[in-house]
Design a protein around this ligand. Sequence first.
Ligand code: GTQ
Ligand code: FE2
Length: 349
Amino acid sequence: MATSRFRSSEPALDALYDDLSSHYLQPLWELRGLLTPTPRVRAVPYRWRADDLTKLGRRAGELVPIDRGGDRRVLAMSNPGLDGAPFVSSTLWAAVQYLQPNEAAPAHRHTPAALRFVLQGDGVYTRVDGDPITMARGDLVLTPSWTFHEHHNPGDVPMTWLDVLDLPIVAALGAVFFEPATGPEVTAGRPARSATERRWGAGAGLTPAEARALSPYSPLLVYRWTDTDAALDALLEVDGTPDATVRFRDPSRDRDIMPTMRCEMRRLLPGTTTRRDRQTGTRICAVLDGSGTAQLGDESFDLAPGDVFVVPSWCTHQLHARTRFDVFTTSDSPVLEALGLHRSEQVDP
Ligand code: GTQ
Ligand code: FE2
């Protein structure tokens, strides 16, 4: 039993290396690539096409019952740079989930936090700690750390959506816990408007007086597309710019929706090219509407509605809009900011 064994042509040093190895010690002076001048990132930029995600999700739906493998029918996006790990980057999990009509994904909870962004369709509702939240195109739904969640499709068409979880971060910190719900299964037809929306979703800066979230995450668990869409249009118009971004926030405090993940929606007018930028941390982007291209590092990716792409840490990123272009982004920026590790800059080509 031993760790990596280093070699030297000097016999005494070579003998030391042998002994170090058997004592599970390694000489820093022989180690390369630890303290690099700029981030050395294993994840590479990559794009998953909507067409492939939908077709392969449907095939999984035909072949695999929901109760196999964690009670979720999910296809994880595996970054080509991560040697087969089922992670979109070293910090985030991204996946498409597929639910057939009359199927239910039973309740469970886990410490990794999740969010859902709906790229097409409707009909599914997700219960978060018992509160039923309907899901439709463009909606963002949160299932924060350790909240029970279950998905139901009482409609008559299958539905797919994008899942993003902070699972690799929580796993790296040795803090993954999971449990299925016990007790009778709750089912219902079309649920009423969720309590979270009735309490926190009035919009326009209105929240219950005095109330602040007791939890470390937003008490508003769903952000509706009609609100996001209207906010983007108004922002473009009032600022007179071709490029607008809104951020999804906790309405009860000045912070992101969850401690580990930031969500934003960007709208570009036709013909717009953004400035090239880069930042520390992973960005996962999904095209809701329109077409264009993303230049990520040395690679250019063509983009259509429903496509998902990953921008690894410190990789340069520039978008071009062919049509009006709506792009949803999730990042781990709150983690980098909390740790004092967030850096971003514009990069001249
Ligand atoms: O919907 O509960 O993509 O637990 C991965 C793990 C989705 C979920 C995922 C999960 C879920
Ligand atoms: Fe889950």
